[in-house]
Ligand binder design. Structure first.
Ligand code: AMP
Length: 122
């Protein structure tokens, strides 16, 4: 699968559509999800053209990967999310219902998020 440069996050990176920005640096842009699932719902995306976590983890440079991970941690600290806790999640591909084909990490916080998977739900 080749990267689709017309996906919505590519348009945000090019400034063609707006976002509610939380953080930006050399490698990363973070913004509030347009349809938040929790009181705090932030998306963190790399500036490079990677369609999924699989693509990013295989092809991004060490600097991009380190920069991305450092940025996620910094955002959670700067937003005051560490004390009560948060969840990070990256939907990857069809079975995970990834909707936007540009790698993004969700940060969910602001309430008790419950268990990720119900113990008996196999
Ligand atoms: P996923 O299902 O993991 O691909 O999640 C895509 C996320 O992108 C969803 O939570 C959407 O609400 C969010 N989203 C889609 N378009 C925008 C946008 N223009 N600005 C911010 N978030 C968006």
């Amino acid at each position: 699968m080749t990267y689709d440069p017309n996906n919505v996050f590519a348009k945000i990176l090019r400034g063609e559509i707006p976002c509610n920005k939380v953080y930006e640096d050399e490698h990363v842009l973070a913004f509030h999800d347009i349809n938040p699932q929790t009181p705090v719902h932030i998306l963190v995306i790399p500036k490079g053209a990677y369609e999924s976590f699989d693509d990013f983890s295989a092809k991004a440079s060490d600097a991009e990967i380190a920069g991305f991970v450092r940025a996620v941690g910094k955002i959670t600290r700067d937003q005051g999310l560490v004390a009560d806790g948060y969840r990070i999640l990256a939907n990857t591909g069809r079975n995970a219902h990834q909707e936007v084909p540009h790698f993004h990490m969700h940060i969910f916080a602001g309430k008790d998020l419950g268990r990720m998977i119900k113990p008996a739900n196999k």
